[in-house]
Write a protein that binds this ligand. Sequence first.
Ligand SMILES: Cc1cc2nc3c(=O)[nH]c(=O)nc-3n(C[C@H](O)[C@H](O)[C@H](O)COP(=O)(O)O)c2cc1C
Length: 148
Amino acid sequence: MAGVKILVGSVYGNAQHAAQMAEALLVKEGIDCEVCDDPQLSVVTDADALLVITSTTGQGDIPPNLEMLFLDLKAQFPLLNRKPFAVVGLGDSSYGGTYCAAGKQWFELLTELQGDALAELLEVDAMECFEPEKPVVEFVDGIKHGLV
Ligand SMILES: Cc1cc2nc3c(=O)[nH]c(=O)nc-3n(C[C@H](O)[C@H](O)[C@H](O)COP(=O)(O)O)c2cc1C
């Protein structure tokens, strides 16, 4: 079994920290999972389930460490055959129209690739939440049974 892969996109470490907390929760539950911060396309195709936890950078951009994978998936378009997935977007609502744009782009792409969304996109707003790992862990706790 390839297990659950947590694809993390992070510039300053918030999403990375939240991903590590989510991983710790899943491991505690006995779920095989791994945080991937430089994933290749095969990580997506081989995983049993996907959890994307990504901040937004620039003007609505995907962090550089997840950008290449995003472009590869768009170009190669490997269908996910109802693979379970969930996406968390960390952002800042003061950015207006680009709020959580990276998370939105990932949710849309995995849906287009015919993954099976376990929940709507979780948006975590840095304007309101100073400990993003808390809502992220709560969210993952709520969907964990769908990941296996
Ligand atoms: C240079 C810069 C650009 C950003 N651009 C956006 C943006 O376009 N949309 C958004 O929702 N948040 C934006 N943010 C906010 C980050 O996504 C948010 O602070 C997030 O918690 C950072 O997580 P990270 O430490 O994992 O990168 C930006 C932050 C910085 C520093």
